[in-house]
Design a protein around this ligand. Structure first.
Ligand code: SF4
Length: 234
């Protein structure tokens, strides 16, 4: 059993970041004009592609609804029609409506900013429809707090490189990153965005290791290397 607070030392995590940044450059996340827009996007992006979220947010913008008061007055049924492009729109409208009400009760984004990160994270996790990934996306991308966002792409990449066993919880993976990297929001912001980029370009369901900036870390890659052969996809 591992002691509480002990995490494996993984210098590879910094090296992986260096390689990804060298390969892809800055990703300029989160693409939004305000913290409220980030929060809305974080709720809408659950189980859907970002391109669909963009359409829903464009619709809200067109109706001048990236505004807490106006959004809070909007009935969920009307909100559902406006965010239809994001999928699961009835459910997401209810969630968004609930988040907006919670935000209002907290004096909006400025009220959230007054809370310390640990307390704020614990509170966000009590909000309807907000799980760890959404809470951490809000903390990092809307509020600039140094918390690492873990998603399915992160798990997949680390698993394929032998850095996870597939038994770790969300919080354990988050601690693995945070214990092995400087506690900096800008670094976590960029790192998560780079992992998403990696998963979409190379580390797909069927990995395209050849040409991937991390190919040297595939277990057995050096020993079994055959020029032009993808080691995970022979
Ligand atoms: S080398 Fe292969 S397994 Fe590793 S990140 Fe790239 S595509 Fe994924």
């Amino acid at each position: 059993m591992r002691c509480a607070g002990c995490h494996p030392v993984r210098p590879e995590l910094q090296e992986i970041y260096n390689r990804l940044f060298a390969a892809f450059g800055a990703q300029h996340w989160w693409p939004a004009d305000s913290p409220l827009e980030v929060i809305i996007g974080a709720v809408l992006t659950q189980n859907t592609a970002w391109v669909n979220v963009e359409k829903a947010i464009a619709n809200l913008k067109q109706h001048r609804l990236i505004n807490l008061k106006r959004l809070s007055r909007l009935p969920p049924a009307k909100l559902a029609r406006l965010i239809r492009a994001a999928g699961f729109y009835n459910l997401k409208a209810k969630r968004l409506h609930s988040v907006v009400k919670q935000l209002e009760a907290r004096d909006g984004v400025s009220g959230l900013k007054r809370l310390r990160t640990t307390r704020l994270r614990a509170e966000l996790l009590t909000w309807s429809g907000i799980g760890p990934e959404t809470a951490d996306s809000i903390l990092l991308y809307a509020l600039g707090r140094p918390v690492f966002v873990i998603d399915a792409y992160t798990r997949r990449i680390l698993l394929r490189h032998g850095l996870l066993t597939d038994r770790e919880t969300y919080d354990e993976i988050q601690q693995l990153f945070q214990a092995n990297l400087p506690r900096k929001a800008r670094l976590y912001n960029e790192y998560h965005a780079l992992l998403v980029r990696l998963a979409k370009t190379f580390c797909r369901t069927r990995p395209l290791c050849t040409g991937c900036p991390l190919k040297e870390w595939v277990p057995g890659f050096q020993s079994s290397r055959v020029p032009g052969l993808d080691p995970l996809n022979p």
